[in-house]
Design a protein around this ligand. Sequence first.
Ligand code: OXD
Ligand code: MN
Length: 600
Amino acid sequence: MAAQLDSPNSLEVENTAMGSQLDALNQWVMDMARLTQPDRIHWCDGSDSEFAELVKQMEADGTLLPLNSETHPNSWLHRSHPDDVARVEHLTFVCTSEREDAGPNNHWMAPADAHAKMDALFAGCMRGRTMYVIPYCMGPIDSPLARCGVEITDSPYVVANMRIMTRMGAAALARIEREKQFVRGLHSIGELDPERRFIMHFPEELTIKSFGSGYGGNALLGKKCHALRIASHQARKEGWLAEHMLILGVENPKGETHYIAAAFPSACGKTNLAMLIPPEGYRREGWKVWTVGDDICWMRPGADGRMYAINPEAGFFGVAPGTSAKSNPNALASIQHDTIFTNVGLTEDGQPWWEGLDDRKPAIDWRGNAYDFNAPAAHPNSRFTVSARQCPSWSPKAEDAQGVPISAIVFGGRRASLVPLVFEARDWTHGVLVGAAMGSETTAAATGAVGVMRRDPMAMKPFCGYNFADYFAHWLSFDKPGAQLPKVFHVNWFRKGDDGKFLWPGFGENLRVLEWMIGRVEGSASATETPIGALPKVEDIRMEGVTLSDEARRVLFHFDRAGWQAEIDSLEGFLGEFGDRVPDALKQEQGRIAKELRAG
Ligand code: OXD
Ligand code: MN
């Protein structure tokens, strides 16, 4: 299904030839071509030869720099515009007819105003460029949970990344033809001018318009724009959940696997947790961890009442800095070949390099300048894009059309103080409150200050395509007769000691905490009830082979009543920001915990 067109005139002839089922798509592509005026239109088929052709072209114009072909075959470095390195939350809008439907958690613009603003930016913006039409499927191509979209872009870098991150091309087009429904995404890098940059979502029209950025989260429209903002809106209408969660499988020595979905804000270690390598002792016993997804989870109740989840993505767009043989050997193994790196540094012999990788000295920084030791070689939000199939821990179940059954949902954030290593919510309603109360220190994945504590409910603050109050109500609505809901937990891998250092070793050792959670699901692990939930004592978690300081043993398992009183009181104010739409059940749950804390 590849058709290359030399001019908008021949466009009409070629598109008519594509078949009447695709009329709506053809019509939209033609309308967008009239608006943006490309020189050429290329329908992407997702083939190897198409990818090779694109790469050749990008190598020739310097968009992609080939890396050392002996150490990193078929891998490239892309250097973005230095002002275009992260998501831009202040320029990201949800445009619903009613402002209240977007909620205080989103920037809002009236749809007609937003279309007018965006169409003015898009007018003629592809003159001299090729327009790429990318049909894609989010999720296994034959999954009832999967959804399709079409992204129009003028960036070959976006096409190459979308090919890795989605099921793109002919099979997706065939599904669109069958279903006659798809998300429309229009993207142009424009002039990469931060003053002329907007990411607009029209959930009621299943439409995205993104202008002025080539950065993944702003430009690979299948990812945050479709699979989270538009999908969350769609999921509410259709009775499922689109979440900012990794999905992993934990297989015990008996060969039984429990699947866990976990929400953490951007750059808080989702990829590392999803690819966890069990500690030595666990490996000897036969424990394995399987990766199903590292960023996004779509889940819905199955016929047996359990939640079933798919990863809508086909690849990883992971944060490079900090990725090493120690922190994430599976990620490192995945990115030795056929990988696109963005904004990392280079060694003398053309290998990609970032802070935390190893002790070698880089030669060139992410801007292409000689490395001068005063600034990081790699941008803190530099990334790798790689097919999930290259990951040694990639789960055979990740392609399962029905998804995997979820035993536990985990919420977590970066909390230097107060929040213990792990606790369990007492029921679903409490679990929803725990998710709604999530807080974390900000990271480099979005522009703005780093290390500032902000509330980030379910790690969806930047991604929920509708009013958080309605979102909380939607979460609560899954608790109905017959439902076999996952248990809900909260973790904090980032608790710091008096010396400012992390108290918990993290990484592979996190499996110890996952094992405790599975024990709770199966009814075999112990815990102590407190007003904030059930906490393990240090002896409830297997610790042989790990050394914890006395401070860590004391603090990580401690429930600090006075500190939690302040935390839960401030939650009342936070929920109040969403006004009367906040479900009573959630307010009552907050009130119940506040009362129990005072009673103690
Ligand atoms: C991401 C993000 O890229 O959350 O996954 O920013
Ligand atoms: Mn993310």
